[in-house]
Design a protein around this ligand. Structure first.
Ligand code: GAR
Length: 206
C-alpha cells in the first residue's frame, strides 16, 4: 500500500475494539495501517495487544486529573500522534475527555465508539444506564469527536436488544459484539473517503 491511511488508536482498557480494527486492517477490510497505539493506563491490555502485533505502543502518563489529560500529557499525545503522521485518531475505550490543544490539532479527524444509541445515555457505563432506565433496545454508536461529551456527528449505529434477564455484564457483552462489527466498517468508510460531514449529518457516499 503506497502512502497508506494512518490510524492512531487510543485506549484505556482491554482493547477488544482495537483487536477488531487491527484484524480488519490485517485482512484488508480497512485500507489503512495502525501507526501507533497509546494509552493513559500503563497496564492496559490494549498495549499488549498492539505489541503482540508488532505495532508501536506507548503508555503516556495522563497527569493529575481523573477525567481529562493535563496540559503536559495533552502535549505529549499530540506530539507523538503528529510525529506518527496519523490521518485518523480512533478512540477505542479511551476513558478521558479530550479537550483544548488535542481537539484543535486533530479537528474532524477523531472518531469514538460509545456503548449506547446516542444521544441516549452519554457518559460512563452506558449499558447500566440503559438497563436501569428499562429500554428494550440499546446498541452502539460510532461518531466524530467534538468538544461535547459523546456529542459529535454520528457515523453509524447498531441496535442490540435488551433481554428481560440481562445483567450489566451480559448486556455489555452483546453491545461489545455489535461494536466489533460496526467500528471497523465505519473506520473503513472514513479511510476510503466515503464519508462527508454536512453540519451534524454524516453522509455515506456509497
Ligand atoms: C467499549 O464498550 C466502548 O464503547 C466503551 O468502552 C469499551 C471499551 O472496550 N467506551 C466508552 O464508554 C467511551 N465513552 P474495549 O477496551 O474492549 O474496546
Amino acid at each position: 500500500m503506497s502512502n497508506p491511511f494512518r490510524l492512531g488508536v487510543l485506549g484505556s482498557g482491554k482493547g477488544s475494539n482495537f483487536v477488531a480494527i487491527a484484524d480488519a486492517v490485517a485482512c484488508g477490510k480497512i485500507p489503512a495501517q495502525v501507526a501507533v497505539v497509546l494509552s493513559d493506563v500503563e497496564s492496559a491490555r490494549i498495549l499488549e495487544h498492539a505489541r503482540e502485533r508488532s505495532i508501536p505502543a506507548q503508555f503516556i502518563p495522563p497527569g493529575k486529573f481523573r477525567t481529562k489529560l493535563d496540559e503536559e500529557a495533552e502535549g505529549n499525545f499530540v506530539k507523538i500522534l503528529s510525529e506518527a503522521k496519523v490521518d485518523l485518531i480512533v478512540l477505542a475505550g479511551f476513558m478521558r475527555v479530550l479537550k483544548g490543544e488535542f481537539l484543535r490539532a486533530f479537528e474532524g479527524c477523531i472518531v469514538n465508539v460509545h456503548p449506547s444509541l446516542l444521544p441516549s445515555f452519554p457518559g460512563l457505563e452506558a449499558w447500566k444506564q440503559a438497563l436501569d432506565y428499562g429500554v428494550k433496545v440499546t446498541g452502539c454508536t460510532v461518531h466524530f469527536v467534538d468538544a461535547g461529551v459523546d456529542a459529535g456527528p454520528i457515523i453509524g449505529q447498531q441496535t442490540v436488544p435488551v433481554l428481560d434477564d440481562d445483567k450489566p455484564e451480559s448486556l455489555h457483552a452483546r453491545i461489545h459484539s455489535a461494536e466489533h462489527e460496526l467500528y471497523p466498517k465505519c473506520v473503513a468508510a472514513v479511510a476510503r473517503g466515503e464519508i462527508s460531514v454536512v453540519g451534524r449529518k454524516v453522509i455515506w457516499k456509497k
